[in-house]
Design a protein around this ligand. Structure first.
Ligand code: SAH
Ligand code: SF4
Length: 458
């Protein structure tokens, strides 16, 4: 049947959806771009904040209404016959998902998406309200499935789950325990992608620098590290850097504890490893960091950033921050503000604290008023605009190597791509240009979030 996936949330969900698309296509179903043409619609849900979960559940509700001939037909074009929900919200809701969505055909939690083709077959045979909840230690199937239409970039999940248990975070409850995929599996997957023309991979995990820590990623009969790397993650970068045809390796997210000397050595030694790290800080107040259970101090965090910038001043560091954590005072907030300035972030995502049921901080009063959370959010975003402008101004006149992504959304005459630091670079191609081709762009103009320039050579 024709199918369409609607995805909410992080890159990991985007990757899981891609794998499901590949698995469904392999089972003979036909992916359609337009949701209105689909007979099967699957919503991949997020639950990291309350609003994220509401959106996914609301969307699913609209699809079910369309399936049952109620509500707005535009939601589905009237073709939808089977509606499924996958991802993090399913694990959080459990069987209650059918209270919220009585007409749902199947619900499948993270780490079990490999079962979806079979669940669809069961629904076509007349079953409904099927629930599949993964165990916290489950090893999924279908992780390495990539569809026919891979672009020049691809996500590769290397680490599942999370064992950090930050006080505010529901991810460990829904995505289960940490599990590192064997290095040989990851290397084989990236090699196969490179052979199909993929130039850039982004390795995914909640805390990728913990790769190989809870379970061994490298096995005794794997070839030894040519460079003598002892830590599992830098050693993986070494192995991936050696893959022919691959041009770039990125990864996300990271924890400052993982910024070891070996990691810095890997950045310096392996030209394909991009000079960018997404290093969520969450807060700049030591008191709040301690309450959050982040296991670093402000000084330790800044030391990790300094270490990366010491070997390359242009090294891009981006972050996540939470405003309005329970008990966050004006002085805690000012500490976050000053940390962001000291760290000199290239980009930052700011989130308003949202209590998640069952997490440690949900037991604390959510005492920062919504309007105040909003104000703190706006202050940090305004600061970041100025900081982004100042950081990008320093790049005017430099030449950035960019992988061409395609015509820019705003102006089709221009193309856009990203440099090693993940900065968006807009330029006018001089002639025909292939997607994924490397081009050197001399920067003429800087903005807080983008750089504009001319092709220097290609
Ligand atoms: N594993 C990543 C983050 C995953 S969640 C890491 O720790 O680096 C993505 C972001 O959502 C987090 O960095 C955090 O800033 C935000 N977040 C998580 N739980 C939240 C909550 N309860 N309220 C508001 N933001 C939250
Ligand atoms: Fe959540 Fe913390 Fe794990 Fe990130 S490291 S997923 S914030 S528990």
């Amino acid at each position: 049947m024709t199918f369409h996936l609607h995805t909410y949330g992080c890159q990991m969900n985007v990757r899981d959806s891609e794998a499901v698309e590949a698995l469904l296509s392999a089972a003979g179903h036909v992916r359609v771009e337009n949701e209105a043409d689909a007979e099967l619609v699957i919503v991949n849900s997020c639950t990291v904040r309350d609003m994220a979960e509401r959106k996914a559940v609301g969307k699913c509700g609209n699809l079910i209404a369309a399936k049952e001939g109620r509500g707005r037909q535009s939601e589905s074009g009237g073709r939808v016959k089977v509606v499924g929900l996958m991802g993090c919200a399913v694990k959080r809701l459990g069987a209650d998902v059918f209270k919220a969505l009585p007409g749902l055909d199947f619900a499948v939690g993270p780490r079990r998406f490999g079962m979806i083709p079979r669940l669809v077959a069961r629904c076509l045979a007349g079953e409904t309200r099927i629930l599949e909840l993964p165990d916290d230690d489950e090893v999924p199937t279908g992780m390495d499935a990539h569809g026919g239409g891979v672009s020049f970039q691809s996500y590769v999940t290397i680490l599942l789950g999370c064992d950090n248990r930050c006080s505010y975070c529901i991810v460990p409850d829904v995505r289960g325990h940490e599990y590192s995929r064997p290095a040989r599996e990851v290397v084989a997957e990236v090699r196969a992608l490179a052979a199909r023309g993929v130039k850039e991979v982004c390795l995914l995990g909640q805390s990728v620098l913990r790769y190989g820590m809870r379970n061994k990623a490298w096995l005794p009969d794997d070839p030894p590290s040519p460079g003598g790397y002892k830590e599992a993650f830098p050693r993986l970068l070494e192995a991936l850097n050696a893959i022919d045809g691959l041009a770039r390796i990125r990864f996300t997210s990271a924890h400052p504890k993982g910024c070891t000397d070996e990691l810095v050595r890997a950045y310096a030694e392996f030209p394909k490893v991009c000079r960018h790290l997404h290093l969520p800080v969450q807060s700049g107040s030591d008191r709040v960091l301690k309450e959050m259970g982040r296991h670093y101090t402000r000084a330790e965090y800044l030391a990790a950033v300094a270490k990366l910038r010491a070997f390359d001043p242009e090294f891009a560091v981006t972050t996540d921050v939470i405003v309005g954590y329970p008990g966050e005072t004006e002085s805690d907030f000012e500490a976050t503000r000053s940390l962001m300035e000291e760290a000199g972030f290239d980009n930052a995502f700011v989130f308003k604290y949202s209590p998640r049921p069952g997490t440690r901080s949900a037991a604390l009063p959510d005492d920062v008023p919504t309007a105040e959370k909003e104000r703190r959010d706006q202050v940090l975003l305004a600061d970041q605009q100025l900081r982004g402008q100042a950081r990008n101004d320093r790049l005017v006149g430099t030449v950035r190597e960019v992988l061409a992504e395609g015509p820019s959304l705003r102006n089709a005459v221009r193309w856009s791509g990203r440099d090693s630091g993940n900065r968006i670079v807009v330029f006018e191609p001089k002639g025909p240009l292939a997607v994924g081709a490397p081009v050197n762009v001399r920067i003429r103009e800087a903005h807080p979030q983008i750089l504009i320039g001319e092709i220097a050579s290609s």
